[in-house]
Ligand binder design. Structure first.
Ligand code: NAP
Length: 338
């Protein structure tokens, strides 16, 4: 007698990524009885759980529903528990490779306990791997992020009322953040490594005409000083070599973002900056049965609430796509590999 064939599940949905987009997609698909598998990523060096950029944030005051605000990690913990309550399975590991053109779609991830690469299969895949802010690469950034150091003025500007603030970068993001921060800060100093801005003319004019904004040219940040919170920046002028110290209690790093899309190269359509392309007014991608939501496909809004909204869209699109394909229940099929 031969051994019984090993049965492996073909899921209805695999969700890759567990920020607000992925977990909202998980809540919706779980409530639709699609029992999603969320490959949620690995914890970062500064948090004990995955959950995207909000795990690196302290207080979140602009996510609707929390009158007094909520800590970023707590919000993500709640979303995670809510998804699990409806039957989502969470796998704390990173996806290592994908084959999204095959049927069923295939996603490989390392087993959290053995490290062995395991193949997961699903009829539909929702990609919500997010984006990350580029950082300067200083040791202090890990320690002070959320303690005077931020990468999002829209999210955190409000906490810096009356502060002296520095914005690092010379592109549109830096000037947009600087302009926005003048609503709150006492002073806003833009620190740029060259003598010429990369930002568009209109953004430059706006910043130059704002009396609260001043510029430090040809200047690099060598260190962010402060043990529990930001107290000052150690700077160096690249022309003169002169070192200086700038007393600030708020620092915004605005040197660009990178979408987490390496995994999908050659399979999913991307724009020139590497963001996934979705079709107008939907979360559908160039591949049938593959949906994208959150910051991985949005370089404009980048908010937790917009990511969550697009996660809901992806879940509904996936559910309708599965229905149209005539598949409503998770089923077991023979694992051909056994
Ligand atoms: P970006 O245009 O790539 O600008 C990044 C800036 O950061 C550059 O000035 C760069 O300096 C500086 N930088 C990069 N690495 C650095 C480092 N290690 N240390 C110090 N400085 C560093 O990025 P972005 O401003 O985020 O904009 C991204 C895209 O979104 C752009 O196409 C932009 O036009 C668009 N955007 C548009 C708006 C708007 O229209 N309202 C708002 C935001 C963004 P160098 O100049 O020396 O390279």
């Amino acid at each position: 007698m031969g051994s019984e064939p090993r049965l492996s599940e073909v899921r209805d949905v695999i969700i890759i990524g567990s920020g607000p987009a992925g977990l909202t997609a998980a809540v919706y698909t779980a409530r639709a009885n699609l029992r999603p598998l969320v490959i949620e990523g690995s914890p970062s060096s500064t948090s004990d759980q995955p959950g995207g950029q909000l795990m690196l944030t302290t207080e979140v005051e602009n996510f609707p529903g929390f009158i007094d605000g909520i800590m970023g990690p707590e919000l993500m913990g709640n979303m995670r528990a809510q998804a699990q309550r409806f039957g989502a399975d969470l796998l704390t590991t990173k996806a290592t490779r994908v084959d999204l053109a095959s049927s069923p779609r295939r996603v490989w991830a390392s087993d959290p306990s053995t490290g062995e690469e395991v193949e997961h299969r699903a009829r539909a895949v929702i990609v919500s791997t997010g984006a990350r802010s580029l950082m300067l690469g200083l040791e202090a950034e890990g320690r002070l992020l959320g303690h005077g150091l931020s990468t999002c003025a829209t999210c955190d500007g409000f906490f810096f009322r009356g502060h002296d603030i520095a914005v690092i970068g010379g592109g549109d993001s830096a000037l947009e953040e600087a302009n926005f921060l003048t609503k709150f800060g006492e002073t806003v100093t833009v620190i740029h490594r060259r003598s010429e801005l990369r930002a568009s003319k209109i953004m430059q004019d706006r910043a130059f005409n704002n009396p609260k904004i001043s510029f430090l040219w040809n200047t690099v940040v060598e260190d962010i000083l402060g043990s529990a919170k930001v107290e000052a920046l150690a700077l160096r002028n690249t022309e003169t070599g002169e070192s200086s110290r700038l007393g600030v209690t708020g620092v915004f790093v605005a040197i660009g973002h990178v979408p987490n899309t390496n995994l999908f190269a050659g399979q999913l359509d991307m724009d020139e900056a590497g963001y996934l392309r979705t079709n107008a007014d939907s979360s559908t991608t160039n591949l049938d049965g593959v949906f994208a939501c959150g910051d991985v496909q949005d370089h404009v809004y980048r908010q937790a609430i917009t990511a969550a909204g697009s996660g809901c869209m992806a879940a509904i699109d996936a559910e309708r796509w599965l229905e149209a394909a005539g598949v409503e229940e998770t089923s077991l099929v023979e694992d051909l590999a056994s």
